[in-house]
Design a protein around this ligand. Sequence first.
Ligand code: SAM
Length: 262
Amino acid sequence: MIKAKKSLGQNFLTDQNIIDKILNVVEIGNKNILEIGPGTGNLTSAILNKNPKKLIVVEKDDNLADLLKDNFKRKIKVINKDVLEINESLLDDEILTVFGNLPYNISTEILSKWILNIDKNKIWFDCLILMFQKEVADRIISGFNSKNYGRLSVLVNWKLEVKKIFDVKPRSFFPKPKVESSILLFKPKKKFFKLNNPKTLEVVTRTFFMHRRKMIKKPYNQLFNGDLNIASKINIDLNLRPQNLNYETYLKLAEEYEKLRS
Ligand code: SAM
C-alpha cells in the first residue's frame, strides 16, 4: 500500500473518466510523450493503452520510480529525478507532448522554468496538457483588466497559447485535495517578443504587481528613476493600475528596463 507524501504533492488521480478525458485532449498514438510526476502510474498506463511511440516519465520519489520500473518494465523510460533539475530539451531528439498532474507546490515553478527556457530555434514540446489547482489555473488564463490577471498571466502569454479544458473535483483524487483543479492546454507561440534577459520581465512584473490596487506611477518611477520619456514612448498612462496593462506593454517595459541596465 502506497502512503501518499504531502511534501511531494501526491494526490493520485483515481477517476478513470477524468483520466480518459485528459487523454482525449490531443492525439497520443505514435507520438513521443513525456509525463511529469507519474506517481503510481494511473495516467501512465492509460497513455500506454493509446500506443505512443515512446513514453518517458520523470518521478522524484525513489519508491514510486522503482515501482514504475517494476510495473512497466521496458515499455517506459523512468527518469528518477527532480523535474526542476533536468534539461528537457536533452531528453529526446524528437518533439515531446507533455502530460502532468503536477505537484501543486511546484506547479508554477515548473511552468515558469519551461517558459523561460523556450528557445524559438529549438522548441522541445508541441503541447502541454497540465493539471493545476483551479485558483492557479485562473491566474494563468486571465486577461488584462480582470481581477486574477498578474505576473503569471503575463509570463505565460509571452510565449504560450493557453486554453482551459475542464475543471476536476477533489473527489477524483486520492487523497482528496482541499481545492478544485483544472486541466489547461498550452501550445508554444510561433513568434514571441525577444528579450535578451528574461529576468527583467520578472523584475518589472514583480515591482508593478507589488501593490495591485495602487497606480503604477510609483513602481514605474522606482524602476525608471522618474524618466517619463519611456512612459510616453510606450504610451502608458501612469494613473492606471497594474492589471490594466496588457502583456505586450509589460514586455516593452522589460525591454526598456533591460536597456537601462546594460
Ligand atoms: N500522475 C499521478 C496521478 O495523476 O495519479 C500523480 C500526480 S501527483 C499530483 C504529483 C506527482 O509528482 C507525484 O507522484 C510526486 O511524487 C511527483 N513529484 C513531486 N515533486 C516532483 C519533482 N520535483 N520532480 C518530479 N516529480 C515530482
